[in-house]
Design a protein around this ligand. Sequence first.
Ligand code: NOJ
Length: 447
Amino acid sequence: MNFKFPKDFLFGCASSSYQIESGCNEDGKGENVNEHYHTHFPEKFCGGNPAFAADFYHRYRSDILDMKELGLKAFRFSISWSRIFPKNPTDVNQAGIDYYDDMINALVEANIVPMFDLWHSDLPYWVIEMGGVVNPDFVQWFGTYAKLCFEKFGDRVKFWSTINEPSINVMASYAHAANAPFLKDMDLAIKACHNAILAHYNALRIYKSMNLPGKIGAVIHVEPTYSRSMDPKDQIAADRRFAFYAGWWLDPMLKGHYPEILADHEYIMSKLPEGYAEDLQKNFVKADFIGVNYYNPTHTKYSDTDPMGYENYKPEDLDVDSYGFVYYPQGLFDVAMYFKETYPGTHIMITENGIGREKWGNFEEERKDEYRVRYMREHLREVNRALQAGADIGGYFCWSIMDTNEGYAGGYRFIFGLVQVDFETKERFRRDSWYYYQKVIAEGMVD
Ligand code: NOJ
């Protein structure tokens, strides 16, 4: 059976600045949180020194030519805030602007639609020194940065995302110490989340006032959350877990309020600043689209000991890859249907989907990635099935165009790229999955 995609479907690839750029101290760039914490707590980064990444900073022109041969219709990347504003919220580094300007031109020349994130896990370190996302001034700092990016690149960038995976980049960074600045403080986390949403609204408001020819939204990590049983306690626990993880961002971004199912969740809601509901209501600007990062589902059960009221668990009968993700392509279909039903009229893009496998030490063998071909085929079939069932999906972005630095989650230990990178020489080699994706794009279908 063949699954055809619509003619204008955007087959893309994604990556992010700190995960593939390197060039950390070059041309006036300031330190970002990952560089700072890597210097001071290298053990948290599994050897993932950002300076040793794939050197996209110097090789983007030839990498973009390779993307053109691959047939990519779109490339999703992020701007490093600390290249543009290295020292503080107002002093601009022209070299940083010139770099992204030329990269965007190279994409346009290659006929590849640029999609850019403003914040993909690499806040400038000065943000942390000035109080981090918890400081209400964050909204203004982010607005200044966003406005400059819109002015400089907004004529060519067709899709903007304010924040990538805030459930991790904000919530987990402040509440679970999973990412820089490695804090475990739910009070701070909830306040930081609220400011992040206000910063997102502010960037949207600025963008809309500029009449630029693109669309703006955010990229959310969406894990469909399945309940352990039909017991109402488990069912509510699963719904609340989903609401807290994904709905916590989606509802404010698409409806202007926090999820109703959390309204009586004292533990969370009491931590929000006074007047939070009016704050959202009066600043709300609806996102034009939502980028969905899909990797795996979550399974949840009721808990009477955890203050959140739920606990996640891994069912024994499901495959888990070496990165720790449950292998479940159907989850992508469920997510697309969830959007169709819960947020009718919302355009979505699958902005990340991919499989990480731990390197096993045979460099040439690691180019043969039949497991990724299978993964892409099965997930693309689900995207296609969802399109046929009426989901509004504009594109699919494979994570990642090349091998990445997974930072705190595994450094350089995992293979995610269609393009293999030799991190000693920075040489590039195409994997089997590169050729498979090339065929998918050329044919406009998945087998
Ligand atoms: C999602 C994140 O956006 C990206 O930075 C990360 O590398 C991938 N997940 C894979 O873990």
